[in-house]
Design a protein around this ligand. Structure first.
Ligand SMILES: [Zn+2]
Length: 471
């Protein structure tokens, strides 16, 4: 045991001495980093679903002079250099463009992040009563460790769409005085008799009520009381069939540590990259190459579906923008996509001293060491990875160094330890240059994840420089 402890301490010492970049910041720089992160903390505290992130991105974009592409198409508006447009896909993904002075055929500079996060979704017929409790049945979304989601205050976000098309927005559990929801766990006193502590997917049902209502002389039922309460929201039990309701950890993101250098919050994956990419394009003015920011849905479950990266939405929207700019034909569209450069902005695993055995200290990302580039992701012999070319990486190194950006080139964990995927390989199918670059996290996919304020700020600095300088 002693040897193991020493090894961890040595690793920490190495990390602190060699890599941690806070010591390179003066007080003013620290202030700038903290100020930028105030906006980020607000964003992830107030936007916990892809719909909320998408509509918040649109609001911000409009404030910064972006116009709705659908309206531009309707009014046959001509687009030219410096114009800013956005398009929304089914209220769950967004793409923003700032038109460059060069022809689009020369290629786009694209930032792509995802705005869906691991969570629990309500099933289509969720409500049931069991032994005096009313519960709602869920199906988890994305890769979660089930046991992390029990005994936490949970909030309910989403929409219920009535048969007549009326949309009821649900957001319960975030405001002071709101009720929250809860998944129970077995007390330690009873554990022995029951054997293992594992939590199954079917056990992840949320407790929503315990107050009975006397239906007739014989039966006292909780579910009837619940149905009465739902009616006050204008929701009938059948309406859950046409609903999209996500169960997420309740509460705001918070500063972490005496030094407040980190943030603990829900959905750093991948809203830390989405927010920084969005801020980068909002600040982008008349770039040479057309700048693009993609905020997509469904990454956590394989990027499928109409709002995932595999949908044709992006390609179609590029065609629409080219058409309004008077630059569209099929061959030009193909050239535009092939000649593009992309940063697939997704989080990565940060080295965790408490779980040192799963990491490779030589190659893993560290918190507070800057934006983390993964030349490839994948698992077991790089399977499924996009592998960025050295020619592309060389150009990126120049941008990083010219703009004094803190960065690290890393892998995710030990070889054969596991792995992961992003949207990188999907855009790489057009033959464009793509690399993964994102923010390292502790406890990725847990209800509350941890990120460094310094890495978040330097991600923003790099994304901004990439849109401006990448050739
Ligand atoms: Zn993820």
């Amino acid at each position: 045991m002693a040897t193991k402890t020493n090894k961890i301490e040595n690793n920490l010492e190495k990390a602190t001495k060699v890599k941690n970049k806070w010591c390179l910041c003066d007080e003013n720089q620290k202030k700038t980093v903290f100020k930028f992160n105030e906006g980020y903390i607000k964003f992830i505290s107030e936007n916990k679903t892809e719909r909320e992130c998408a509509s918040s991105a649109v609001l911000e974009a409009e404030k910064h002079g972006f116009i709705n592409l659908a309206e531009a198409i309707k009014s046959k508006k001509k687009l030219s250099a410096g114009d800013k447009v956005y398009a929304v896909n089914q209220k769950k993904s967004v793409v923003l463009f700032v038109l460059g002075t060069e022809k689009m055929e020369n290629g786009l500079n694209i930032l792509g992040a995802h705005i869906d996060s691991p969570r629990l979704d309500l099933k289509s017929t969720p409500l049931y009563e069991k032994n005096g409790f009313c519960l709602m049945d869920t199906h988890y979304y994305g890769g979660i460790k089930n046991y992390q989601w029990v005994t936490l205050p949970l909030a309910m976000h989403g929409v219920v769409v009535k048969k007549d098309g009326k949309v009821i927005n649900i957001n319960i559990g975030e405001k002071e005085g709101d009720p929250v929801f809860y998944i129970s766990d077995l007390l330690p006193h009873l554990r022995k008799e029951n054997g293992k502590d594992e939590v199954s997917g079917e056990q992840l049902d949320i407790v929503v009520g315990n107050m009975s209502y006397k239906k007739d002389k014989e039966s006292e039922v909780v579910i009837e009381n619940l149905k009465k309460i739902l009616k006050t929201y204008d929701i009938e039990e059948d309406d859950f069939v046409s609903a999209e309701i996500e169960i997420v950890p309740a509460g705001r993101a918070r500063e972490l540590g005496f030094d407040r250098s980190m943030i603990v919050g829900y959905g750093h994956d991948d809203r830390s990259c989405a927010y920084t990419s969005l801020q980068a394009i909002l600040q982008c003015e008349k770039p040479k190459r057309t700048a693009v920011c993609l905020l997509v849905d469904k990454e956590e479950i394989g990027s499928n579906g109409a709002t995932g990266m595999k949908s044709r939405f992006f390609e179609n929207i590029v065609a629409e923008v080219m058409s309004l700019a008077g630059q569209y034909n099929e061959l030009s569209l193909k050239r535009t996509l092939t000649n593009s450069n992309m940063i697939s902005s997704d989080v990565t695993a940060g080295y965790d001293p408490s779980w040192a055995a799963s990491y490779n200290i030589q190659t893993d990302a560290f918190l507070a060491c800057g934006l983390s580039f993964n030349k490839y992701t994948g698992h077991r012999g790089k399977s499924g990875a996009n592998d960025a070319s050295p020619e592309y990486i060389a150009k990126l190194r120049k941008i990083l160094e010219d703009n004094n950006i803190f960065f690290q080139f890393t892998e995710m964990g030990k070889v054969d330890q596991g792995g992961g995927g992003t949207i990188a390989y999907i855009l790489a199918e057009y033959g464009m240059n793509v690399i993964d670059a994102g923010i390292p996290l502790l406890s990725m996919h847990a209800p509350f994840e941890v990120a460094s304020k310094l890495d978040i700020y330097h991600a923003y600095l790099f994304y901004k420089a990439f849109l401006k300088d990448m050739k």
